[in-house]
Design a protein around this ligand. Structure first.
Ligand code: DON
Length: 618
């Protein structure tokens, strides 16, 4: 609850840009790789968002809290406190999760806010489970090539400004979760967020730094717009208003310990407390948002907002070494990716190798290379394309897929294509809640990049997301996370963009064992997989599993991304096997809860060393 915070420097990750022209023809699953030519290994954009804030510490510090009555772990202390107070008041895990989600929209604006979307996995004490997909959808006026310039090259429009934003799902998703599975009155779960916004809350070091970072980024953006030949005055005015939200009235930056109030957002949330999701999606607020966005040059309409619907979906459920894993189906690729990584660990016998050994890391990375080749080319919104889900989840398929891994040599990614041929062509946040009866919520939601599109809708405090960048703007061109994705995930009106979010619950013998998730774009699924593997295969306590050095590979760019703490000799040995390596400051921010298998005690862990946060339990 009082985490140790360390200062240090982290480098921005420069992801290598790779062009590919994957082949997508009809056919059956094939073990043989499709060769995917790579044009270049350089020049990709850096990951944006507070991941590249510059002064970010990476440490192994975690915040651990134990209890039996309930537990909450999130990216921010006031939000965790809101969740605990809802549980103490008799609310269930869903009540607390919705209250935490809305509170984070006030206290963790780089990722939370109500202008984004996400995924929630709910586990019930009787063993049932469900998920809520409240991912953003593309506006009706969106089109496949909307982010390409005249020369056919991707523009910045999918990452900044009003055209970057999908129609948000947060408020509808939380309202659906609460209506179906909550127990307290709606107002009770919304008002804590209103109070935090209205009365203000004290900023910690991480969040003061986030606001200062956002201010600097928006200043740069305004400068670019002011220098442009054709000025967008409405957008410039909205950006000036947005920067004003993140600074003191005298224009100076907030410091840790300062109190931050958000009156505009308080008003919006108050409307939602009184009128439910309708207050956001229909009526005066919706009309105002649509009008303001249009003025700034965006394509949202009031009809888009009125048409938004969250979707309750059946979770992906699979067995793994005596445990049951419950996780998110498409349009998130997270669940499939997690299943494939854990399946590969079984197929390759990774549990028998030491966690930090070069042999295990080599095989693990080779598995990731193949898993992400599939993820990037095969997974998209199932309402628009056929995702070969059954095949991708099948252990026989995984066994074939892993069969060409060499024990002592990296396979270049250009020799690895998707394993199934098709007919057709920073900032996120995760929180976990468990109540005294064993009901659990794993929730990951996001604006995508840090502070999303970097612009708030005037007068509302609603920050727009830049989730449209998760679509394939152009086949073969990397997105902001360096992901090279296929035509399955092309932009279409009302389509949901593919995601990596992996909110996950693990049970054993019908009893809750782990609730987990993380931000980090494509590194989300590997972060969750590494925690689950350590807890199940290596019997490590959750705080150690969270603290451990993270390693990631996503097929393209063809490099192992690793935290700075990776042992130097191990890095050298991996390079000797033909791997490229890229060091980055930190990967993910996993706020998870485990249930002690013997005593039934809850252990909430916040990944404080990587990005602050707070765990609490009673
Ligand atoms: O849905 C996704 O996969 C991305 N929009 C997540 C972005 C993210 O995690 C950024 N955080 N560091």
């Amino acid at each position: 609850m009082h985490p140790l915070r360390l200062a240090g420097l982290s480098a921005a990750l420069l992801l290598a840009a790779c062009k590919s022209s994957p082949s997508h023809e009809e056919g059956k699953p094939k073990p043989a790789p499709v060769h995917t030519p790579l044009a270049s290994d350089a020049g990709a954009p850096p990951v944006t968002g507070p991941d590249d804030v510059g002064a970010r510490p990476t440490s192994t510090a975690t915040d651990v809290a134990t209890g039996r009555g309930g537990a909450v772990t999130s990216a921010e202390k006031n939000a965790t406190a809101v969740g605990i107070s809802i549980l103490k008041k008799g609310g269930n895990a869903v009540d607390a999760a919705v209250a935490v989600g809305l509170a984070l929209s006030v206290t963790h604006p780089s990722a939370g806010n109500i202008g984004g979307g996400g995924f929630m996995v709910i586990y019930f004490p009787d063993g049932r489970s469900t998920t809520i997909d409240y991912r953003e959808v593309a506006p009706a006026k969106a089109s496949r090539d909307m982010y390409l310039d005249k020369a056919g090259n991707p523009t910045e429009d999918s990452r900044r400004g009003p055209r970057a934003a999908g129609i948000p799902g947060d408020v509808a998703g939380f309202a659906m979760a609460h209506e179906k599975y909550g127990s307290l009155p709606w107002k009770d779960v919304v008002m804590p967020a209103v109070e935090l916004a209205r009365a203000g809350h004290v900023l910690d070091h991480f969040h003061a730094e986030d606001l200062a970072w956002a201010g600097r980024e928006i200043d740069k953006y305004i400068g670019e717009l002011e220098a442009a030949p054709r000025k967008n005055d409405a957008l410039i005015a909205a950006l000036k208003e947005t920067v004003g939200l993140f600074r003191k009235p005298d224009g100076s930056a907030f410091k840790p310990g300062d109190t931050w109030t958000e009156p505009a957002l308080a008003g919006t949330l108050e409307g939602i407390a009184a009128g439910g999701a309708n207050a956001f999606y229909r009526g005066p607020l919706a009309r105002k948002m649509a009008t303001e966005v249009e003025k700034m040059g965006g394509i949202w309409t009031a009809a888009d907002l009125a048409a938004y619907k969250p979707i309750e979906r059946k979770p992906i459920i699979f067995d793994y070494r005596g445990h049951t894993v419950i996780t998110m189906p498409p349009p998130s690729a997270g669940g499939i990716t997690l299943r494939q990584i854990l399946g590969a660990s079984e197929v390759l016998g990774l549990d028998k190798l030491e966690w930090d050994s070069v042999d295990r890391i080599h095989l693990y990375v080779e598995a990731l290379r193949r898993v992400y080749a599939d993820r990037n080319q095969l997974v998209a919104d199932p309402a628009f394309v056929k995702v070969p889900l059954e095949t991708m989840l099948d252990v026989k398929y995984l066994t074939r897929r892993m069969s060409d891994i060499k024990k002592d040599r990296a396979t270049p990614s250009k020799e690895v294509g998707a394993g199934v041929q098709l007919v057709e062509k920073p900032q996120t946040t995760h929180f976990s809640v468990v109540d005294g009866k064993g009901m659990a919520v794993a929730n990951t939601y996001t604006l995508n990049g840090g502070f999303g599109a970097r612009v708030a809708i005037p007068g509302t405090g609603v920050i727009m997301n830049d989730e449209m960048d998760d679509f394939t703007a152009k086949v073969g061109a990397p997105n902001m996370f360096g992901l090279v994705q296929g035509p399955q995930n092309a932009i279409a009106p009302k389509k949901r963009m593919v995601s990596s979010m992996t909110p996950t619950v693990v049970t054993r013998g019908g009893k809750l064992r782990l609730v987990c998730g993380s931000p980090g774009g494509p590194t989300i699924s590997t972060t969750v997989a590494q925690i689950v593997l350590q807890v199940i295969d290596h019997d490590r306590p959750l705080d150690q599993a969270i603290a451990a050095t993270r390693i990631h590979h996503q097929w393209l760019p063809d490099t192992i991304m690793h935290e700075e703490s990776l042992d130097k000799a191990t890095a050298k040995a991996l390079a000797a096997r033909g791997h490229k390596l890229t060091s980055r400051g930190r990967i993910g921010h996993a706020n998870c809860i485990e249930v002690d298998a013997k005593t039934g005690e809850l252990r909430a862990v916040a990944d404080t060393g990587r990005d602050g946060g707070d765990a609490d339990a009673f």
